[in-house]
Design a protein around this ligand. Structure first.
Ligand SMILES: Cc1cc2nc3c(=O)[nH]c(=O)nc-3n(C[C@H](O)[C@H](O)[C@H](O)COP(=O)(O)O)c2cc1C
Length: 186
């Protein structure tokens, strides 16, 4: 029942703060990712943990990448990019690691990595933390990919920002299941 409650009540937090999950809890969170649905057990994912001072280093890379794309960007905008990774004490980067397989198309492998990302979010919540899924340009920018060591057969599907929840928006109005669910044939 608790697991179901987590599923149906989760709302993405608006502010995360210290403390981060410790290393033991982080391993538990990633263990949940490793049980994502995985056709033919290809294990088409890997995860990069970024915490502590490494977040500032990532911020410098975000800022450099932004500057490279938009040389005329204002110092304020660049400073904002620089500080982005400091919005949570822990970031787990989720990568789809696409392997050649006649029966499992690349898109299915990417879906598996997305399921792993969602397992990270739900496991974080179940273990008392909050988590935010982010992508944006940081997921595809070549400079950022290179700095993180992302290989040509890999894609960043998520930066999951994880921490202690300081604030959460009010939950949205409940949705009516029947508005999204039909039976076939009608
Ligand atoms: C694939 C994906 C990428 C996302 N990228 C971003 C992002 O770059 N920045 C952001 O603010 N929210 C992003 N979001 C949205 C938030 O993670 C979150 O879902 C949103 O704030 C709505 O909150 P909810 O999860 O409570 O519905 C992304 C969500 C998904 C599924």
């Amino acid at each position: 029942m608790e697991a179901y409650e987590t599923l149906v009540t989760r709302v993405t937090p608006s502010i995360l703060e210290e403390p981060a999950p410790d290393h033991e809890i982080e391993r538990k969170i990633v263990a949940a990712a490793l049980r994502a649905p995985d056709h033919k057990r290809l294990k088409p994912w890997r995860f990069i943990s970024i915490r502590g001072d490494a977040r500032a280093k990532l911020g410098e890379i975000f800022a450099a990448a932004y500057k490279n794309k938009a040389p005329n960007a204002s110092p304020e905008v660049i400073a904002r990019e620089n500080k982005k990774p400091l919005r949570a004490p822990l970031i787990l980067v989720v990568l789809a690691k696409i392997v050649e397989d006649a029966n499992v198309p690349a898109i299915d492998q990417k879906f598996s990595a997305a399921a792993a990302a969602q397992n990270i979010i739900l496991a974080s919540e179940a273990l008392g933390f909050g988590a935010v899924w982010k992508t944006g340009d940081a997921a595809t920018d070549p400079l950022i990919r290179e700095a993180l060591g992302v290989k040509t057969n890999e894609e960043i599907v998520a930066y999951i920002y994880i921490g202690t929840v300081k604030a959460r928006p009010n939950p949205p109005a409940p949705l009516e299941v029947s508005a999204f669910l039909t039976s076939w044939p009608a």
